[in-house]
Design a protein around this ligand. Structure first.
Ligand SMILES: Cc1cc2nc3c(=O)[nH]c(=O)nc-3n(C[C@H](O)[C@H](O)[C@H](O)COP(=O)(O)OP(=O)(O)OC[C@H]3O[C@@H](n4cnc5c(N)ncnc54)[C@H](O)[C@@H]3O)c2cc1C
Length: 223
């Protein structure tokens, strides 16, 4: 496992005290998030494309149509960054400049590797489905050969990664502290789930199943 030290590319410069490089800190943020932004260049133009992901051990798994520019570009092995953000609060300061946000974020840099081996590809697909609802893989149809052929699955190793965490109140200048304006943090609730909306084609009486109930129990707002 990687040492808890940054590489030249992952060293946080601004507020280095907010940086974390140990895998438990990085994994905890990745495992709490559903969406990442993949950064890569196409003909000199940088793009940041949002997509679902799952951490599978020492790698981040993403997938997409084999026909998409994202998967076709990344499969060639170009440099990629994976950015993940969890927003915890809005930080309201007494001065315009010191407004901020409380967050937990991760940046991974490296190269994506296409997963070609059928067994590994199915395992990666399983990681993505289980990320959405643990236990669901056992209940749904596995991908067919044709579906696997039309889907590109990519793995980005967690070899070079950093986390950054901001917590706490605004950091105002001393001379602004007496200013007559509210300052503090407006916390944002973690991802919260609403009531399930059944697919219109679902036969009446189809039960939610333990996989769906598990997600609801975890993410429904607590009374
Ligand atoms: C929700 C949110 C709001 C933010 N708002 C601002 C803002 O308004 N202004 C501002 O300057 N910054 C903001 N940041 C922080 C911003 O992400 C950078 O950390 C900041 O630009 C300083 O980067 P740097 O010069 O130290 O690092 P850079 O030289 O830009 O990056 C070097 C390396 O540090 C690591 N790194 C940098 N930032 C992060 C991060 N956030 N998470 C994990 N790894 C990181 C990466 O590995 C990167 O390759 C915000 C972050 C979040 C998540």
């Amino acid at each position: 496992m990687r040492e808890a030290a940054p590489s030249d590319r992952t060293k946080v410069h601004r507020h280095p005290e907010r940086a974390r490089y140990d895998r438990p800190s990085i994994d905890a943020i990745l495992d709490d998030a559903y969406v990442c932004h993949l950064g890569f260049r196409v003909e000199g133009q940088p793009f940041g494309i949002p997509t679902m992901f799952a951490r599978d051990g020492d790698r981040v798994i993403v997938h997409g149509s084999a026909a998409s520019r994202m998967t076709k570009t990344l499969a060639t092995g170009v440099p990629v960054s994976v950015a993940v953000t969890l927003l915890d609060g809005l930080v309201l300061a007494r001065s315009a400049t010191h407004h901020s946000m409380n967050y937990r974020s991760v940046v991974v840099v490296g190269h994506a590797q296409p997963i070609e081996d059928r067994v590994d590809k199915v395992a990666a697909m399983r990681a993505l489905v289980e990320r959405i609802a643990p236990g669901r893989w056992e209940r749904v149809r596995e991908p067919s050969d044709a579906e696997l052929r039309s889907t590109t699955i990519l793995a980005v190793p967690l070899d070079e990664a950093s986390a950054k965490v901001r917590t706490g109140p605004p950091v105002d200048d001393e001379e602004d502290l007496s200013r007559d304006v509210w300052a503090g943090v407006l916390p944002l609730a973690p991802t919260a789930m609403g009531e399930p909306i059944p697919d219109p084609g679902l036969p009446a009486g189809t039960h939610l199943g333990s996989d769906v109930r598990g997600v609801l129990e975890r993410l429904r707002p607590k009374p």
